[in-house]
Design a protein around this ligand. Sequence first.
Ligand SMILES: Nc1ncnc2c1ncn2[C@@H]1O[C@H](COP(=O)(O)OP(=O)(O)OP(=O)(O)O)[C@@H](O)[C@H]1O
Length: 320
Amino acid sequence: MQSILEIRGLTKTYKGGLTALQGVDLSINKGEIFALLGPNGAGKTTLIGAVCGLVRPTSGTIHAFGEDMGRHWRTLRARVGLVPQELATDMFEPVLRSVTHSRGLFGLPPNPTLIEEILRALSLWEKRDAQIRTLSGGMKRRVLIAKALAHEPELLFLDEPTAGVDVELRRDMWKQIARLRERGTTVILTTHYIEEAEEMADRVGIIRKGEILMVDEKTAMMERLGRTEALITLAAPLGQVPEVLSAYPVSLVQEGRVLCYRGGGGEGAAAGTAEVAEVTKALTRAGIDYTAIDIHESSLEDIFVNLLEGPDAPSQEAAA
Ligand SMILES: Nc1ncnc2c1ncn2[C@@H]1O[C@H](COP(=O)(O)OP(=O)(O)OP(=O)(O)O)[C@@H](O)[C@H]1O
């Protein structure tokens, strides 16, 4: 797997003393979609800003395309695209001119055919002569994407691309991002939306308080940390867990009316469901009747919440 971005020991302490990044190490593979998942203030925007030259790191190194960004800044930055959270300027510019200008900023020759293609793909061509300020919020977001694509970046950062947009537009944007990947662009996106990471990403990094807690392939993360939960509603409440179930990870909840199984973590989903079947057989053998079973696998969301809430969030080494 070829690496396109190597971040080592990246630390950022803002004036005033707040440390937004603490020794971040991160490798991004060429051609992947990487989701950086973390709560508000975790350091996601700071991390992107450091790679895109908007934030000066306090220490650490960033290599992109195999070269030191600190040394070859101009040439490397031209190969990186950034879709920021908000549009800061350009509100009075018409769409076409603004997007064309973004390409020129990187010293590239004009390419009207490419700009038209980008605007059409983002359903903005009809609006090419409209001032950006007159567009809807969702369209403004698309203009941001168009501007970032105008100079044909190989590595694209999307800072919360779908925050505050409606479900339909969100799905639309996911499709656009998937298309970029098909064309070979490497995509790093930040998000609060677990669903977004679950849907889009090849790998997921979880960041909290400026530290990367865990990086893994999405499916491996879900398999390794995922658990099976089953709620077995009993026909009559129990005072304590029956002896026949002492070997299983079960407990009584809802005043003994429901038997709760939580297990199967680390061995994939099948181990959990098979064990739930054993539990139900043991109940039947013991003559304990039940009326319903609600069984589900934990999602990336459960994993994320557990990680963030856990008192001893695992270190990256421990998790690897
Ligand atoms: N220019 C700045 N000066 C001082 N502190 C800052 C600055 N920019 C960000 N911070 C602080 O650094 C921390 C990380 O912020 P950052 O914007 O990187 O987080 P984030 O994960 O992107 O959050 P969100 O999801 O809310 O966008 C926060 O505590 C924030 O208040």
